[in-house]
Ligand binder design. Structure first.
Ligand code: NAD
Length: 256
């Protein structure tokens, strides 16, 4: 119960890494504000938290809209008294080179993956300041640090998130707020499964297995493994960690 009485806002909390993080926070005593565009899955995650004896609220919110980001922070204050942690996990995966990425795809990718983090932080940070500090975890990707073919907009958005997270760490250190980005390799979530279906419509399970084989540990990660790192980064155990891009990729990027 490391987070008893604390308040965590989690974007992209309906499924995948954000979903696992929201549930983990709830199980460790935090009041959780779960936001996402997927109302049905959001309610399922809130149900898991409540079944484990935790408390939270679910808000249907689009991370690209300032009014929704503002509402998430103010609902956290209204329901639970403030904001201590933000985990910004909402994201979309898009594919294409700069030549074949159309402008709509570029703008949508940057809006959800980068602007969404900016807006969530913009409205949560002032609430953290009122509480005397806090911690932010942005869910980036190894693709913000290294790359692969055909992910121009996605990689650009993740590079932006890592750079923005460093600026938040510097700008708000004096407010007792730490900010770190989490850079996963492949994680078994609806997003990765959609990619597997796209690349291997006949046998997506085989694609997931093949991608797992690219990781030194020989498998893809479970969302719960990412949630544990996000919670560590929010906890006092990470009191001297800020501005870092934590690579949690099962050894994907250490191989030549
Ligand atoms: N799965 C992986 O292999 C992997 C690897 C590296 C990084 N990531 C990153 O992890 C984060 C979480 O992804 P995931 O793998 O858990 O996928 P996911 O699709 O399960 O979760 C993403 C969530 O974001 C929500 N979302 C999308 N657009 C939104 C919007 N405009 N407003 C609010 N919510 C929105 C979705 O509804 C979904 O619930 C993403 O930022 C992704 O880029 C994932």
């Amino acid at each position: 119960m490391r987070f008893q009485g604390k308040v965590a806002v989690v974007t992209g909390a309906a499924t995948g890494i954000g979903g696992a993080t929201a549930v983990a926070f709830g199980k460790e005593g935090a009041y959780v504000v779960l936001t996402d565009v997927n109302a049905a899955a959001l309610d399922e995650r809130l149900g898991e938290i409540e079944a484990a004896g935790g408390r939270g609220i679910a808000l249907v919110a689009d991370v690209t809209k300032a009014s929704d980001a503002k509402a998430a922070a103010s609902e956290a204050v209204a329901a639970f008294g403030g904001v201590d942690y933000l985990v910004a996990s909402a994201g979309i995966q898009t594919y294409g080179t700069v030549v074949d990425t159309d402008e709509d795809t570029w703008e949508r990718t940057l809006a959800v993956n980068a602007k969404g983090v900016y807006l969530a932080a913009k409205y949560c940070i002032p609430e953290m300041v009122k509480r005397g500090g806090g911690a932010i975890v942005t869910v980036a990707s190894v693709q913000g640090l290294f790359s692969q073919p055909n992910v121009a907009a996605y990689a650009a958005s993740k590079g932006a998130v890592i750079a923005m997270t460093r600026t938040m760490a510097i700008d708000h250190a004096g407010d007792n707020i730490r900010a770190n980005s989490l850079c996963p390799g492949s994680v078994d979530t609806p997003m990765l499964r959609a990619s597997a279906k796209l690349f291997s419509p006949e046998d997506p399970e085989n694609a997931l297995e093949e991608w797992g084989g690219l990781h030194t540990l020989g498998r893809i990660a479970k969302p719960e493994e990412m949630a544990k790192i996000a919670l560590f980064l929010c906890s006092d155990d990470a009191s001297f960690v800020t501005g870092a891009a934590i690579v949690a990729d099962g050894g994907l990027t250490i191989r030549l």
